[in-house]
Design a protein around this ligand. Structure first.
Ligand code: CO
Length: 169
């Protein structure tokens, strides 16, 4: 079942996640719920924190429209600083230029606990950095100025209030 996407600055989004240690049915169920929530919201990636679960796992979208899960990911190397337009399901309707790297090398586990190493560049590298940021308790707005972050905070508080009102009706 699709779950509501948590809106920044909810605490679950600003707290580093715990590593996944149990690669059983619970993880499969969580990954399924994350996929459904991401598809409903039309995202190209989603972290567990975005449906309120503080565990180190996320889905990452490839350019061909397929997705793969990353469990306990680590960035091993990054190179080529770039500035890219970025958005996030947890910060609806806001996009801004964010400092990132063109290339990253990551290692991660899959749903059965097997380790993989991946060198990615371009959009895939971008999505990986965005999702791993989430798992470290960061959202892309953390890379922006304090002034911008303040304005986004105001916007998100208004949005939260409007959503709560909608739910009551
Ligand atoms: Co995001």
């Amino acid at each position: 079942m699709a779950r509501d996407i948590v809106i920044w600055p909810n605490k679950v989004l600003t707290t580093p996640t715990k590593p996944v240690t149990d690669f059983g049915e619970g993880l499969t169920k969580l990954l399924d719920e994350m996929t459904e929530s991401m598809k409903e919201a039309e995202g190209i990636g989603i972290a567990a924190t975005q449906i309120g679960v503080s565990l180190r796992c996320a889905w990452v979208g490839r350019e061909d429209g397929t997705f793969f899960e990353i469990i306990n990911p680590q960035i091993l190397d990054k190179s080529g600083p770039v500035v890219l337009e970025e958005g996030c399901l947890s910060v609806p309707d806001y996009f801004d230029k964010t400092p990132r790297f063109h290339k990253v090398k990551v290692k991660y586990q899959d749903r059965v606990g097997e380790w993989h190493e991946l060198e990615a560049e371009g959009r895939l590298a971008h999505v990986l950095q965005h999702e791993i940021d989430h798992l470290d308790g960061h959202v892309f707005v953390d890379h922006l100025s304090a002034l911008k972050r303040g304005l986004i905070l105001e916007k998100m508080r208004k949005l939260q209030k409007a959503l709560q009102r909608q739910k009551k009706e």
